[in-house]
Design a protein. Structure first.
Length: 391
């Protein structure tokens, strides 16, 4: 729908973002550094991106008037969260440039559509998703092939940070989990023997040019990203090339514009399996802020503004540690206490990023710290010390 001749949007014009979380906040910061003004649409007044934005439109994501205001003010709009109503992205596109578009966002929102997209493009990308089956009824549970178990039952929509997932060993487990999740349509995935996990960030411009960042190795704890290390200590050159090539094929096949993150599993036999994708900058890409020429957020601003994509070169090895609300509750007693940021900031190569959330809760992403150093070993050394300080 977008004419190819649409001109670039250059600063100091306005860019818009749907959602007011930390990804929106970091996008706002990056776009502002380039001289853009940024408007955020988000229902909560008190939100990480709202504190940084030039203009906060406080309204529901489906509010027609608010969408009109955002599209009227901005030359281009993006989203910072996966579950933005695709319909709202389509409405915005009637009035301004929207990247990623509603069709791309809706594929990523449904684990079924996402898996179908991966499967349909497996020949070209060279990677397959985990064996899986849609579970929408009790009959579907009866029909589960024996070799899909043990597995993980995942809600088709709205899952994140390991939420909406239950590990299952038997059909009886699947039945119980399906019921517990309110009989919503789920996807059963075979439990795979993971060696490690990686993710690849790619970006594509409206003119079809695309770039891919260095591959990141991710460690999760309780379903939530714990650390990202780049270069990953386990990642082989062959694995990196395969995952990066797959990401470039997939972003092209989607006709995607903007920053896209694709997660992969590397199995114990060395093979690569595509897990899921996020239609936005990603937690595992935060290292790009401090370790790459162009951060994933600056890249998103460039792509949506139809500017040339930025250099993805990494200039330092990096380790990113997520800071969850849990660390406010370390030590004695139940009262929340501010962690020792002075000690964290004293570590070599530390870059602290806090998201401006004043209500620490267990499992809540409050910030992250990225250690950059001349060698990976030095960055990892700072990480170890940070873990000791934060508990
Ligand atoms: P989320 O949307 O919560 O990130 P994921 O599908 O990425 O959901 O699953 C979260 C984590 O659970 C993964 O990073 C991985 O550690 C584990 N996991 C998910 N699917 C599988 C699988 N099929 N086999 C083994 N581990 C898995
Ligand atoms: Mg995931």
């Amino acid at each position: 729908k977008t004419p190819a001749f649409l001109p670039s949007a250059t600063p100091p014009t306005w860019l818009g973002v749907m959602g007011g979380g930390q990804l929106g906040r970091m996008f706002v910061h990056a776009a502002q550094m380039m001289g853009f003004k940024v408007a955020v649409l988000e229902p909560a007044k008190d939100c990480p991106a709202g504190h940084a934005a030039d203009h906060l439109i406080c309204a529901g994501y489906g509010d027609e008037q608010a969408l009109g205001e955002l599209a009227g003010q901005c030359v281009a709009v993006t989203t910072e969260f996966e579950n933005v109503p695709a319909q709202s992205m389509a409405r915005l596109a009637d009035h301004c440039f929207v990247a990623p578009n509603a069709a791309c966002v809706s594929v990523a929102q449904s684990r079924i559509e996402e898996k179908r997209f991966f499967t349909d493009n497996a020949q070209a990308s060279g990677v397959l998703p985990a064996p899986h089956k849609t579970i929408a009824s009790l009959q579907d549970i009866e029909d589960i092939a024996d070799d899909l178990l043990p597995g993980i039952l995942k809600t088709v929509r709205m899952g994140y940070d390991g939420k909406g997932q239950v590990r299952v060993k038997t059909r009886e487990d699947v039945r119980a989990a399906f019921e517990k999740m309110g009989n919503v349509t789920c996807l059963l995935e075979k439990m795979l023997p993971l060696a490690y996990e990686v993710s690849v960030l790619a970006a594509r411009g409206h003119n079809g040019a695309s770039v891919v960042y260095p591959i990141a190795e991710n460690v999760h704890r309780d379903g939530i990203l714990f650390t990202t290390t780049v270069p990953g200590p386990n990642v082989t050159a062959e694995c990196a090339r395969k995952a990066q090539d797959a990401a470039l094929v997939l972003i092209e096949r989607l006709g995607y514009v903007g920053v896209l993150c694709i997660e992969f599993f590397v199995l114990q036999d060395g093979s690569l399996v595509v897990n899921e994708m996020a239609p936005r900058p990603h937690n595992s890409g935060h290292y790009t802020i401090d370790a790459c020429v162009t951060s994933q957020f600056a890249q998103q601003a460039r792509a949506m503004a139809r500017l040339p994509l930025g250099d993805v070169r990494q200039h330092s090895p990096a380790v990113m540690l997520n800071i969850l609300g849990d660390v406010w509750f370390e030590g004695e007693g139940n009262a929340a206490r501010e962690p020792a940021w002075d000690a964290v900031l004293a570590l070599p190569g530390a870059n602290l990023h806090l998201y401006g959330k004043d209500d620490p809760r267990r499992g809540r992403k409050m910030g992250h710290v990225t250690f950059v150093a001349p060698t990976l070993a030095e960055a990892q050394d700072s990480l170890r010390q940070a873990c000791a300080i934060l508990g």
